[in-house]
Write a new protein. Structure first.
Length: 725
């Protein structure tokens, strides 16, 4: 049986550590050997303490292991997401560092960890373009992998190269392990090239049973790293799946949550390989050593168990280097200071000499460069609440069985996490009820149905009132009610912005926001019909191949100085320039091909200026083909019909009170934010206009296309669904 089925709580960004620890904790021989070792300092004793409290993990246990035992981070609040493979190496190195027991090497000999290192050498001077040459420790081994088993065989049989100019300790660290007890392979689906990352989907045959140096290995566990940010491998979450050989069951460890899962969750490609998966760390157990690695209750090797089918996996392993992980820093130092290829001598190791190499420590198997640190802002998962149904079930189970069952058994039967289950059982033993009270901490809410209706009506009828004004109006309407029974501002705020108002009235929660000015008929059915009609007409012309061009005018006002300034405390702040504001207007056009045009004029825009701009615009876009102009129904826009028709173009006037349907309104907002950020001062009015125009030119064509796509897909869809805008 698996030796450990207790979850480890995530402290914010520690899922990488929990996933590795679960994999190690469930290998009984590793766990017992670690606890039998003698440690020489407090750090080592802290590591021992963590593995001695596996049946009742607390938040402080993992924190003490990372901060005190491993010195992984100085403060738990500073921890950032790491690669699980790197944590495994650091964890085992910490054991080796703080242990004085010679049997410590037994832990290392259980594993073989494979770590990829690519050596780069540069030719040329600083003035010339450097040429990078790759040298692999293995000769004649292709970095492209289509079949994992065949690739393992090719590595085992490949000649190996040692660099003679390297320090002796590095040369000695490049060794091959013949038959370890546990194989760990890291398979990554993301290739990192500088600052760019992309998912590699090269198919790989991946079998739950493999042969290595004539020895059979069976799949034991998988650490799965997945994310929704495919293009950014710095985001994600680690989950561990472990296989129980005796029962043919799979258990999934997701931080503090432990569940029994389907066996095929281990087989990459059968229900678990998704586009969100970035990497796997896959663990194999030697077929002959399953009984010795796990407890005696693990039974026989389950040779008559599940029939494995080798699934297909979208993955790619680029190249492989076997080396002693304890010498990784030394190897990286050598790579940074490596001599030129011309002065580097390589020697070949004959296959018969491989048997003379001393056995190193651990194994892992990455496929590409190890991922960079993950962002601290990891996406949060939903909180697992212990429901009243689960509490009632636990109450019934306890009434029937009392102390005859252990907390672990109660946890498994009720579905409540072990830590919570122990607390609830303690309450039941004292004769207390464990059902959730109607209100938090037993406090009765002042928001009775009567006051709830008043709040809802006030927000609907007087939407511009602040919540303090709402509270004042409710108090006036209930002047005969005792003051301690009238809800306060904070009570009204909590109610209006919580799910309770949504449950009571079947609406969304309320929020106080900037209001859009609309006429009384803006969302009338007739105006909605007109919006739909104009959108369908626009889509018709776009489908016919017309270029969509959105046109409108905007007013821009900017002051010459800022009105706030720094001064010493207790003294007034003075400025020597008289405040003055400049106002100008602009006529602009954007197209769905990313092109944009702008005309700046002092004062306001009249019909003649608008006609002149349209003539210029049509002349500039004549090589683009037919154009459908999209604009609001302002009076000055109606004078351009003849100009548009002469060029075989079309003008469509948007319905009234519908600025959201014109994408140029969003571009205007973006333009004004650039002006506010960039335009600080100017010498004269013409200089100001030039700087405003330069800000318009800074708008990326990609941003224009993105905005027009957003309006045509998201906003138009709301109109076609007859929603208010």
């Amino acid at each position: 049986m698996l030796g450990h089925k207790i979850g480890i709580r995530n402290l914010g960004n520690t899922c990488f550590a929990a996933s590795v620890l679960q994999l190690m904790l469930n290998i009984t021989k590793f766990n017992k050997t670690l606890q039998q070792l003698e440690y020489k300092d407090e750090e080592g004793k802290q590591i021992l303490k963590f593995f001695s409290h596996t049946e009742n993990f607390q938040k402080e246990d993992l924190e003490a292991l990372l901060v005190t035992g491993m010195k992984f981070v100085e403060n738990i609040n500073q921890i950032e997401q790491k690669d699980a493979h790197e944590f495994l190496l650091k964890f085992l190195e910490s054991i080796n560092e703080h242990c004085r027991d010679p049997n410590c090497s037994d832990l290392y000999n259980l594993f073989l960890i494979e770590k990829q290192i690519i050596t780069y050498y540069s030719n040329g001077t600083d003035e010339e373009e450097n040429i990078s040459n790759e040298k692999f420790i293995f000769e004649n081994v292709s970095p492209e992998i289509g079949d994992l088993q065949k690739h393992i065989n090719s590595i085992a049989e490949a000649p190996h190269v040692l660099i003679s100019d390297a320090p002796e300790r590095i040369s000695q660290s490049i060794r091959i392990i013949k038959s370890p007890s546990v194989l760990l392979f890291m398979i990554r689906r993301v290739e990192i090239d500088g600052d760019n990352a992309q998912r590699n989907t090269t198919p790989v045959k991946y079998s739950p049973e493999i042969m290595y140096h004539g020895k059979q290995y069976r799949l034991y566990g998988v650490i799965n790293h997945n994310t929704n940010q495919i293009t950014d491998p710095q985001w994600g979450h680690y989950i561990t799946h472990c296989y129980e050989f005796a029962t043919s069951k799979v258990y999934t460890f997701n931080d503090s949550l432990v569940i029994e899962d389907q066996p095929n969750v281990l087989y990459i490609g059968q229900g678990n390989m998704t586009p969100q998966t970035l990497a796997y760390i896959v663990a194999y157990i030697s077929q002959d050593e399953i009984d010795s690695l796990f407890s005696a209750s693990e039974g026989s090797n389950n040779q008559n168990g599940i029939q494995y089918v080798a699934p297909e996996v979208n993955s790619c392993i680029q190249q492989v280097n076997f080396l002693d992980s304890r010498q990784e820093d030394a190897l990286e130092t050598f790579i940074r200071n490596a001599p030129n290829p011309e002065s580097t001598q390589a020697t070949r190791i004959a296959s018969q000499d491989l048997n003379d190499l001393s056995t190193p420590i651990i194994l892992s198997f990455p496929e590409s460069t190890s991922p960079t640190e993950e962002s601290a802002s990891q996406e949060k998962r939903a909180y697992q609440k212990t429901t009243n149904d689960a509490r009632r079930l636990l109450t019934k189970l306890y009434q029937v069985n009392g102390d005859k069952k252990t907390p672990l058994e109660y946890s498994a039967e009720s579905g409540i996490k072990l830590g919570n289950c122990k607390k609830l059982l303690y309450q039941l033993k004292k004769g207390e009820s464990i059902e959730i009270k109607q209100y938090k901490r037993g406090r009765k809410s002042k928001i009775t149905p009567h006051f709830a209706q008043l709040i809802h009506d006030e927000l609907e009828e007087h939407s511009t009132e602040s919540l303090r004004e709402v509270a004042r109006q409710i108090a006036l309407q209930n002047d005969s009610t005792s003051n301690d029974q009238i809800p306060s501002y904070s009570s009204i705020y909590r109610y209006a912005t919580s799910h309770r108002i949504a449950d009571d009235f079947g609406c969304n929660v309320y929020s106080f926001k900037v209001a859009s000015i609309r006429g009384p008929s803006s969302n009338a059915e007739s105006n909605k019909d007109l919006r739909i009609e104009r959108i369908k007409l626009l889509n018709h012309y776009i489908t016919e191949g017309f270029v969509w061009s959105a046109v409108d005018e905007v007013s821009i006002e900017i002051g010459t100085i800022r009105r706030r300034a720094w001064s010493q405390k207790g003294e007034k702040a003075f400025i020597n320039v008289k405040p003055q504001a400049y106002r100008c207007s602009a006529i602009a056009s954007i197209s769905n091909n990313g092109m944009s045009y702008c005309l700046l004029v002092p004062g306001t825009v009249n019909g003649e200026l608008f006609q002149a701009f349209m003539k210029y615009l049509i002349n500039s876009l004549q090589k683009q083909g037919n154009i459908v102009f999209w604009m609001d129904n302002a009076k000055i826009h109606s004078r351009i019909e003849n100009i548009v028709q002469k060029g075989n173009h079309v003008a469509i006037y948007n319905a009234a009170y519908s600025p959201e349907l014109n994408p140029i309104e969003l571009i205007f907002g973006h333009w004004k934010s650039i002006i506010k950020r960039e335009v600080k001062d100017w010498s004269n009015e013409m200089d100001l206009y030039q700087k405003i125009a330069n800000c318009f030119n800074h708008i990326d064509p990609t941003e224009i296309r993105k905005v027009m796509t957003h309006v045509s897909t998201k906003v138009f869809a709301k109109v076609l669904n007859r929603e208010n805008i």
